[in-house]
Structures are given as C-alpha cells and as structure tokens.
Design a protein around this ligand. Structure first.
Ligand code: AMP
Ligand code: TRP
Length: 341
C-alpha cells in the first residue's frame, strides 16, 4: 500500500458516556494535543455519541456529557480552528460507512473482540446489536477521513487491528487501493492508567467506585484524598524501572507522575527512588492538582456558554463532512450503488 499517497491525518474519538478521567486525559487527550501541536498532521477529534448509545444513556445526561467533553477537549488544548472538533452523530457519513463495513467485517472477527466480551459480560444475549458492531463503526470513523494515524490508549489496540483488517479486506474484495492501512499510535508512560484501588484493572469512568479514578472535574481536595488512599505496597520506590515489574500499583503511580511531568519513568525514578509512598504521594497530588486544576477550571468556564460550544460543534461537523462526504461517495461508487441525484 502506497501510504505516501494519503494526507497525514490523525483521527481519534472519545465517548461522551460520563465524565472524563485521568486515564482519558493521559492516555488520549494530552496526546491529541501533542499531535495537533506538532503541526505535521491534519487533526480530527470526535465525541463519539453513536458509540456511547451502544449501552444505555439517559438522553439529558448524554447531551450534557457531549458538551462537557467538547469543553474538556478545548480546555486541554485542542484549538477548534487548527483541529476539527465535532460530535459523530452530526456527520451521517459515519453511520453510512459503518453499514458498509458491517458487510465487510466477519462475525468471527467481531466475536474475538475482548472489549465486547468485557462489556457484554455474562449476559451477551442481552447486549445491543450496536455493541457487537461497535468496532465496525469505529473503523468507519477512521476510514471516512482516510486517517493515517490514530492515537489511543492500549485498550483500543485490538479495535485498530480490526480497522486495518477491514481496510485490507475492502481493498482486496473490490480490487482497489482506496482505504489506508491506519497506524495505531500507542505511546508514552500512560497508555494504560490503572484503577487507584486495584492495579490489575483499567481506570474507567464506569467503575462503580469513584475512589478508583481521578475525574477531570475533581477539585484539589478530592484529588489529594484519592491519591492518599490509593493502594500501594509497603516498599520504598526503586531507582530503576525494572524494580516496578511486579508492583502494579507502584508502577501505576509512577507512570502517572511521569506522564503528568512529561518525563520518562527512569527520569522520575532517578529523583524519587528510595522514597516512601508517604513522601511520594503528596508530590504526586501536588503535580496532579497543578496540571489538572487549570483544565477543570477552564472546562467549567466554557460550560457556561453552551451556545458557543454548540457553534463549535456545528462548525466542526461542517468541516468534517467536507472531507468525509466525497470519500463516502467514492465508496458507494466502488461498491456498486447507483447514484442518480
Ligand atoms: P473512552 O472513554 O472509552 O471513549 O476512551 C477514550 C480514549 O481514552 C481511548 O483512546 C482510550 O484508549 C483512552 N483511555 C480510556 N481509559 C484509559 C486508561 N485507563 N488509560 C489510558 N487510556 C485510556
Ligand atoms: N472505541 C474508542 C474508545 O472507547 C472510541 C472511539 C470511537 C475511537 N471511534 C474511534 C477511538 C475512532 C479512535 C478512533 O475508547
């Protein structure tokens, strides 16, 4: 595949299915800002509301979470002029291309998706059909823009492999070189931020325990309290990354520190190696508060002007559609749909 023929373009999405967590910020949003600021890519970021409704969402809460997520993107540093920022349902090409991909992806591929198995749980018969088809819609999100690079957290790796498989199968089935084989970008110290209560579980907005996560809207006291209570072990911190190997909770806190401070884990450990958690935790909470409170303050300020947020989303949707509409038209043409108007 001649990758050079595609414009370097980044696409990523976050579900408006509740508040933003520190995991979303470090694993996704902070890196979205970095890719925007590098200036090497066109950057497109999406609030994936169609993905959110694959599990039940209260309509009013969904509307609010979508606007709050938009405020979060901007507060974190996404510039709605330099990047395209919009919500998925305002650009119907996502759902339209999603249908085509439902007909490209195979049942067997979808059945292997671990996120479906996790989310559907024991009662998979009662899961929505949308939850099963979710990764095909995600492939459509990406490929509707011929995106070449997709920054995500570690948990999305399998979905991006499926996106590549869909692009390859489509190209082969129709004998074209139309969709790019997208590169996942899963980099940095915080591609998998873990729960503060259990170092074997991902930090998640859907965890029943609020103490397990730091929310982007938490105030300084809440952040400090959650870090103070975070599970750890009784040992001092090691001075090299190797010493964190069997210490999931310790590793998680050091990774969070490194990502917030823009340092490598080795740099952090060179400074804090030998310290007890009683000393390291206050350092971590000061750093977290210093980095997060300007963002949460700015989010709250932006949320006061919803008309402006809706204007930004509307304008973003128009710009997104300018890219996606011709790609969808060409896809329909390749597939053999008659287009008579
Ligand atoms: P979601 O909230 O599931 O829509 O996820 C949005 C983005 O945040 C995706 O790129 C995820 O991979 C990333 N993400 C979510 N939770 C975490 C976490 N605990 N650690 C790192 N990245 C995460
Ligand atoms: N599935 C992603 C998540 O839950 C969200 C998502 C939807 C996405 N479409 C995308 C991420 C396209 C990257 C690209 O985290």
């Amino acid at each position: 595949m001649a990758e050079a023929s595609f414009t370097p373009r980044v696409f990523s999405g976050i579900q408006p299915s509740g508040g933003l967590t520190l995991g979303n910020y470090l694993g996704a949003m902070k890196r979205f800002v970095e890719m925007q600021d590098r200036g090497e890519f066109e950057t497109i970021y999406c609030m994936v509301d169609l993905h959110a409704i694959t599990v039940w969402q209260d309509p009013e809460k969904l509307r609010r979470a979508t606007r709050e997520l938009c405020a979060g993107f901007i507060a974190a540093g996404i510039d709605p002029e330099r990047s395209i920022l919009f919500n998925q349902s305002q650009v119907p090409e996502h759902a339209q291309l999603g249908w085509i991909f439902n007909c490209v992806a195979r049942m067997g591929w979808m059945q292997r998706m671990t996120q479906f198995k996790d989310k559907a749980g024991k009662n998979a018969q009662n899961a929505s059909l949308g939850l099963f088809a979710y990764p095909a819609l995600m492939a459509a999100d990406i490929l509707a823009y011929h995106a070449t690079h997709v920054p995500v957290g570690e948990d999305q790796k399998q979905h991006l492999e499926l996106t590549r498989d869909i692009a390859i199968k489509f190209n082969n089935d129709f004998g074209v070189d139309f969709f790019p084989v997208t590169e996942p970008v899963i980099e940095g110290a915080a591609t998998r931020v873990m729960s503060l209560r259990d170092g074997s579980k991902k930090m998640s907005k859907s965890d029943p325990s609020d103490m397990s996560r730091i929310n982007m809207t938490d105030d300084a006291d809440a952040i400090a309290q959650k870090i103070r209570k975070a599970r750890t072990d009784p040992e001092a911190l090691p001075s090299e990354a190797k010493g964190l190997e069997d210490r999931a909770e310790a590793r998680n806190l050091v990774n969070i520190y490194a990502a917030l401070a823009d340092q490598s884990v080795d740099q952090v450990l060179a400074d804090v190696g030998g310290k007890q958690f009683s000393e390291f935790k206050p350092m971590l909470s000061d750093l977290a508060v210093a980095k997060l409170s300007p963002i949460s303050g700015e989010m709250a300020r932006l949320m006061e002007d919803q008309t402006e947020i809706d204007r930004i989303l509307g304008r973003g949707a128009e710009r997104a559609q300018e890219i996606a509409a011709p790609i969808l038209e060409k896809t329909y043409d390749i597939v053999g749909m008659v287009r008579s108007r």
